[in-house]
Ligand binder design. Structure first.
Ligand code: NAP
Ligand code: G4F
Length: 338
């Protein structure tokens, strides 16, 4: 019989790709979904609509230990991927309390429940490059000191330490993936890459004229979510738990992402891009670039999708959704600067 996996955050970007991947591997896939999502599948389960009949959803929320305990007691999974979180850094400045509450307690609840009902379960924690924040060195590795710059980053540092502590104190097979930014056409619209790809599509479709962003000089190491969920799975297949950086090793500024997205469809970014100070953060993370040598060597993980391919896929998907079937100019025009 196939293994049984439980995914918190199955309705999110990563959860949807991971569920697909695990189904392909023959897993029985269970997921946690909020009650409101189960009652409004047409709007809130869109990312997993195509696999809805093959996954089993259970109502629960990060804030409620009893809900998580009940679900885990019923499923007793072989593998648990804890992805659910308030994941938008910017929002964590507006509501530090709910971010810290959901992210720290949520992780603690899942670990504490597993310890009691499924102590042999292999556990994955969705840690993040945001933990490096004001990074002490470049590129960042598993040994780089942590200096989070937001309530979100702080909540993930706490989850990371909780995961390590359950590994050391209770011998749980608990691993953390320190994942750098990863995107896709399923990315939430609040994140800058999707805001750009959707904004470009709207402008090309004549539905708007400008795209308003914040700090264009921030630099990120952007990969594709489909590649990154495979690293999560690989971590849980290892004989011993550990922590791994997952990144492409290549970084680009928000400006470069936006300029390429506009250029791909034959538009000039400077004709449409405006700056709105509202989108600046009280404390910014200026530069993230990861060194994933350990994951590549120990797990055999590799990222397949490069930067331009990622931008293309996202812009194309949003253009198609806006009714534009062939949005791209020729590749020679892409090479020319905007
Ligand atoms: P996402 O698209 O924002 O998905 C977040 C998921 O968490 C959704 O399924 C959401 O459910 C669920 N969730 C949020 N609050 C919840 C609560 N109180 N109770 C139950 N479920 C709740 O995030 P993602 O991009 O897939 O990222 C997955 C995880 O990796 C997150 O923990 C994120 O912090 C971390 N991470 C992401 C990246 C990245 O670049 N994407 C990088 C490093 C780490 P609803 O659909 O009901 O809102
Ligand atoms: O797309 P972002 O909102 O992602 P951010 O803050 O890097 O966080 C994402 O990646 C983390 C991994 O490093 C995850 F842990 C986290 O859950 C999330 O998935 O912002 C990227 C950069 C920032 O520097 C931001 O200041 O883009 C800059 N930016 C500039 N203008 C903007 C905008 N970000 C957003 N969201 N919206 C803007 O208009």
């Amino acid at each position: 019989m196939g293994k049984r996996a439980f995914i918190t955050g199955i309705t999110g970007q990563d959860g949807s790709y991971l569920a697909e991947f695990l189904l392909e591997q023959g897993y029985e896939v269970h997921g946690l979904a909020r009650r409101v999502a189960l009652e409004d599948p047409a709007h809130r389960l869109t990312r997993i609509a195509h696999i809805a009949s093959r996954v089993q959803l259970h109502a629960g929320s990060l804030e409620s230990f009893p809900s998580l305990f009940r679900v885990l007691q019923k499923i007793r999974p072989d593998e648990c991927y804890h992805l659910a979180a308030q994941s938008f850094v910017s929002y964590s400045f507006d509501d530090e309390f709910s971010t810290l509450n959901a992210n720290i307690n949520g992780t603690h609840h899942v670990l504490a429940a597993l310890k009691d009902v499924a102590p042999k379960c292999h556990f994955y924690f969705a840690a993040t490059s945001e933990m490096f924040g004001k990074a002490a060195e470049t590129p960042q590795t598993e040994r780089t000191p942590l200096h989070p710059r937001s309530a979100y980053g702080i909540s993930k540092v706490a989850g990371f330490h909780l995961t390590q502590n359950y590994r050391e104190a209770y011998s749980l097979h608990a691993s953390s993936g320190i994942l750098f930014n990863h995107e896709s056409p399923r990315r939430g619209y609040e994140f800058v890459t999707r805001k750009i790809s959707a904004g470009v599509a709207r402008i090309l479709a004549g539905q708007s004229k400008e795209l308003s962003l914040g700090n264009l000089e921030a630099k990120r190491d952007w990969g594709h979510a489909r590649d990154y969920v495979q690293a999560m799975w690989l971590m849980l297949q290892q004989p011993a738990p550990d922590d791994y950086v997952v990144a492409t090793g290549e970084c680009h500024s928000v400006r470069e992402f936006a300029e390429l997205a506009f250029r791909l469809v034959g538009l000039n970014a400077s004709d449409h891009l405006t700056i709105n100070p509202e989108f600046y953060r009280p404390a910014e993370v200026d530069l993230l670039i990861g060194d994933s040598t350990k994951a590549r060597r120990a797990l055999g993980w590799q990222n397949r999708v490069r930067f331009e391919e990622l931008v293309r896929e996202m812009v194309e998907a949003d253009c198609r959704a806006a009714g534009i079937q062939q949005p791209f100019v020729t590749s020679s025009a892409v090479g020319a600067s905007a």
